[in-house]
Design a protein around this ligand. Structure first.
Ligand code: HEC
Length: 157
């Protein structure tokens, strides 16, 4: 009788110990999920000092332009569709409706700007120019759409 009771207690303790180990292993596995270091400052935090304009322009310079000033990663076919939908009404199918340098030779059309002065083009397309009635597209189109349009615009005359 006495012997049996000891065995019972023994078994009970072993089981309880096992349970404890199990639980602590489970807890451990949870605590191994480490937080990843933040790659970018939180928007609005003290480290986040770039304005929206700066950030968009930095993206162009560091990520989108190749060494010849060509836009990387643009889908030209899609860019053409988007240009036709969004820009053609004012700029014309060939982008030649507005001459940005009316008093100079040679004239400057959207294609020339896109090829030779992509930062100007990119800024104007993203942020517009109220004084000249050019709309801002940063909140109208996705980033990839703007990249596609920029790539297509470089193929315009
Ligand atoms: C509602 C008419 C309108 C639409 C739509 C429009 N633009 Fe413009 N855009 C203008 C006007 C007006 C100007 C200024 C023309 C001038 O100063 O001679 C301009 C200027 C620009 C310039 C400035 C070029 C420079 O070097 O000064 C760029 C780049 C440009 N547009 C790109 C685009 C793109 C890309 C789209 C389509 C996503 C677009 N625009 C849609 C009216 C429009």
């Amino acid at each position: 009788m006495r012997f049996n009771r000891q065995i019972c207690w023994g078994l009970f303790l072993v089981a309880a110990y096992g349970l404890l180990l199990g639980v602590s292993a489970f807890a451990d596995s949870d605590s191994t999920v480490k937080e990843k270091p933040a790659l970018q400052p939180e928007p609005g935090s003290p480290g986040d000092t770039l304005t929206r304009e700066d950030a968009r322009m930095a993206l162009l310079v560091y990520k989108l332009l190749d060494k010849d000033g060509k836009i990387k990663g643009a889908n030209i076919t899609r860019g053409k569709e988007l240009f036709y939908q969004n820009c053609r009404p004012c700029h014309g199918s060939d982008g030649k409706r507005f001459n940005f340098a009316p008093y100079y030779e040679p004239p400057a059309f959207i294609g020339q700007r896109a090829r030779e002065e992509m930062p100007t083009f990119w800024y104007q397309m993203n942020f517009g120019d109220k004084e000249r009635s050019m709309a801002a597209y940063i909140d109208e189109l996705e980033l990839q759409d703007l990249i596609d349009i920029a790539g297509f615009a470089q193929t315009l005359p």
